[in-house]
Write a protein of this length. Structure first.
Length: 23
């Protein structure tokens, strides 16, 4: 989990971003 990445702002970005982070 790399929290240095830019945090998503939209719900759609959250879904894609979280999926990449969890894996």
């Amino acid at each position: 989990m790399d929290f240095a990445l830019p945090w998503p702002t939209s719900q759609g970005e959250w879904l894609a971003w979280s999926s990449a982070v969890v894996t």
